[in-house]
Design a protein around this ligand. Sequence first.
Ligand code: MRU
Length: 358
Amino acid sequence: MREQLLAAEKVQAIDWHGGALYLLDQRLLPQEQVWLRFDSAAEVAQAIRDMVVRGAPAIGIAAAYGVVLGAQACLAAGGDWRQALEADFQRLAASRPTAVNLFWALQRMRERLQRLKDDQGVLEQLEAEAVGIHASDREANLTMAQLGMELIRKHQGSEQVLMTHCNAGALATGGFGTALGVIRAAHLEGLVERVYVDETRPWLQGARLTAWELAGDGVPVSLNVDAAAAHLMKVKGVSWVIVGADRITANGDVANKIGTYQLAVNAMHHGVRFMVVAPSSTIDMALESGEDIPLEERSGDELRLLGGRPIAADVAVSNPVFDVTPADLVDYIVTEKGVVERPDSEKLAQLMCRKRLH
Ligand code: MRU
């Protein structure tokens, strides 16, 4: 199936060539497809903060390339380049707090740096590490797509009605997608009747990005307001909610886009299966439970304004952009190392000891 999946891959959001990083500006999609060029770590950090690039694996990959850009500049400047590069690591780490893939990728870059005995070939080594992070995320997506699709086939042989939230597609990853990778693979296998996509207020990742990716693949897709989810589960026969994750803690709690938690509660009530699809780089074994995850709060203007125009009363705004779904509401966590059913600390610890499946 791998070849079939690769042939179905259309959208990419991250490109590295000629010693520069290019990002598809996700703030403008789907109306405009504009690629921006980045030449410094500080610019990449700003792009992550501003959501030019977003989605947990994608911001990790972008940050890894950001380190390469930082190293290019620090080496060219001479002097204590390692100390200068440390400031870039800090800048990149401060860009967004919740997705652990960002810190995981920076740690990989740091370890590669620490393994270097002298200054010979520093740039080549760092570039190889970043390219490797990018390529292995794409590979992980292909493995997860197949594993998740097989779960859907195992439980229900015929066409299913699915629901997803936010964007966990090619745009959010190194390619193909996590939750959308599973949905794409299931569509290729004739297992998808329709996908309901929550618009995902306030940034509209569902309306702007997921609906666009799925429609581009010819997947039957309907867009709905976030508040319609429980009703649609009841009246449209939704059988699976499939989402990505920004951080999964050692006990199986899942941080993902705000609204995921209420989907999981509603899924439990309606007997809908809840699948989380995420590479092992999203699993943070250093945190015991979801209570320890730093959850990003973004500007109130994301709610006060719509298309730049004021729409709300002049009151205080609460804008947490992630929430935590407790492990006991999750049926499956699908990773490139395998599938965990009804996650708990013991099962996640066992999973993390395994090698990637492909
Ligand atoms: O704020 P965003 O758009 O970066 O949030 C993205 C999500 O919540 C995704 O569901 C998650 O990162 C998984 S992406 C494969």
